[in-house]
Design a protein around this ligand. Sequence first.
Ligand SMILES: [Zn+2]
Length: 265
Amino acid sequence: MVVQTTAAAAVVLAVGAFLIVFWLGPGIGAALVTAGAVVVAVVVAAVGFVLFKLREGPKDAEVVAAYLPVLTAEWSQAAEEAKRLSGAGDVVDRDVLTGHLWAAEQVLFNQEAPVRTADGITRASGHIAEARYLLAVAEALGRGGPRPHRGAPCFFDPAHGPLTDKVRFNPEGGADRTVSACGSCRALVEAGKVPPSKQVVVGGIPTDYWRAGRVSVPYVDGYWQQRRFPDHELHRLRRDLKLTWDPAETELPAHLDREPPWYAG
Ligand SMILES: [Zn+2]
């Protein structure tokens, strides 16, 4: 499509140049054609540069600076909850839960690891999402409830765990949309309140994570995996960057060969 359009435009420009030279004579005609060619080249270069920039992925340093603190806090909370599960019965596969926490830990706390990149942020959030789901299963089954649905995480704060329902959300300055919500956020929406969105600091300014644009794509991709993200702009960025973390393709580390981590239970 791009090739055909470019070829057609080149033919039109060549014919136009020929007609200008034909009508105005070789002197002024050639000067006009040269000036026109320079303008066209500059415009094409500018458009190409903008398109290239739009397709470019987020910068590793920017993503890590914004999301390392967020994920470190989310990981610590999940690990504490996993530790508290000790002795609460084997309602979930503890090795799988510990494996996801261990894998996320390797990304977040290993200073030497080459995974301190945007891709590492996706993997860490993906592992935390898996751990969060298993913790929700353990909590629900532990109190005799049904097994939670393995759907998208809570839109307002993915670290709240998997959704219990979908709600309508009409954010200030954003489009009305249907989003996944955990039990507490759903209750807030039903009471006419707006659940606070997870905050991320970008360029020194705290902002709703889903309004932070490309910086948030790796984090969202880990949590949402193959699912559609309920913010059109961020979902489009994800699609353009063609990211989708798949836990099925991830081998969990054989942590049990070593000293079990403190949250292993
Ligand atoms: Zn929530």
